[in-house]
Design a protein around this ligand. Structure first.
Ligand SMILES: *Cc1c(COP(=O)(O)O)cnc(C)c1O
Length: 264
């Protein structure tokens, strides 16, 4: 697996479960976006190995997304499978005004996203979407005498997921999508992005704080160089940012959950 250096922790954990090596990291820019020339160099170094290129829609720190339209054709030229971790950011594709932030994401081979984040569906409603049904089925389906009897020709849910026994997580997701509708989802996403930008503006107005990332759907919005110098312990930085976020909360409406953390 090749991933950008800001990759989320969960893909590395998934590789560990399977006993596979950790992702090979390639350089990202200040907005946590993978640099196309760096991807090309990593692929060219060993062009025949089977490779999964992991990209991100909505980086956990910057909120920004990889330049899919540039990166995905490079990966495909080397025969790599491209997966997009779109836990939060993939939902920007549902908004006509934010869609440009994930331009080209549709070129990937598979995508994951979370209904339990943006859509507020109950835990744990993760979604995976795979372009090639045959590849999906070949990877996940199980066969054996005691289950082939269930086969009615339509396929079984467990042909597409790791678990054989699972509750009907699709029902709450369906209910949320059915009640919001296409326009409701777009409005929800637009509101999230608007609140993130408002929060950034208000935090930047606090003494000593500067916003340090371009604001997309979510963001680690600010750092406080004057109040939280490098010599301040992480907990101190966290406290300052946490109280700043709480201070601006009433002004930006009810749908913001401040999460403050320290990072170099
Ligand atoms: C939350 C998140 C994950 C992990 O998803 P879970 O549904 O909590 O397992 C992975 N990647 C990103 C970018 C996330 O925000």
């Amino acid at each position: 697996m090749i991933a950008g250096e800001e990759v989320h922790l969960s893909p590395g954990a998934a590789l560990r479960y399977a006993g596979l090596p950790q992702p090979e990291l390639v350089a990202a820019d200040a907005q946590s976006r993978m640099i196309p020339a760096a991807l090309e160099a990593a692929l060219a170094a060993d062009p025949t190995r089977p490779t999964l290129v992991l990209l991100q829609a909505g980086d956990i720190h910057s909120g920004d997304s990889d330049p899919f339209a540039e990166l995905i054709p490079i990966a495909h030229r080397y025969g790599a499978w491209v997966h997009v971790d779109g836990a939060i950011g993939l939902w920007q594709a549902a908004s006509p005004s934010l869609r440009h932030l994930v331009a080209g994401v549709e070129l990937a081979d598979s995508w994951t996203t979370d209904a339990h984040k943006t859509l507020n569906a109950p835990y744990d409603c993760g979604l995976i979407i795979v372009r090639d049904e045959r590849a999906h089925r070949a990877a996940m389906a199980m066969h054996g005498p005691h289950i082939d009897d269930f086969n009615d020709g339509l396929g079984q849910p467990f042909d597409f997921v790791p678990e054989m026994s699972r509750r009907a997580r699709g029902v709450p997701v369906w209910a949320v999508l059915r009640s919001l509708g296409r326009r409701g989802v777009a409005e929800l996403v637009d509101q999230m992005a608007l609140r993130a930008r408002e929060l950034a503006v208000r935090i930047a107005a606090l003494p000593g704080a500067v916003t340090c990332t371009r604001i997309a759907i979510r963001a680690s919005l600010a750092r406080c160089p004057s109040t939280c110098g490098a010599d301040l312990p992480a907990q101190g930085t966290r406290d300052v940012l946490g109280s700043a976020a709480r201070a601006v909360m009433p002004g930006v409406g009810a749908h913001v959950a401040p999460m403050a953390y320290a990072r170099d």
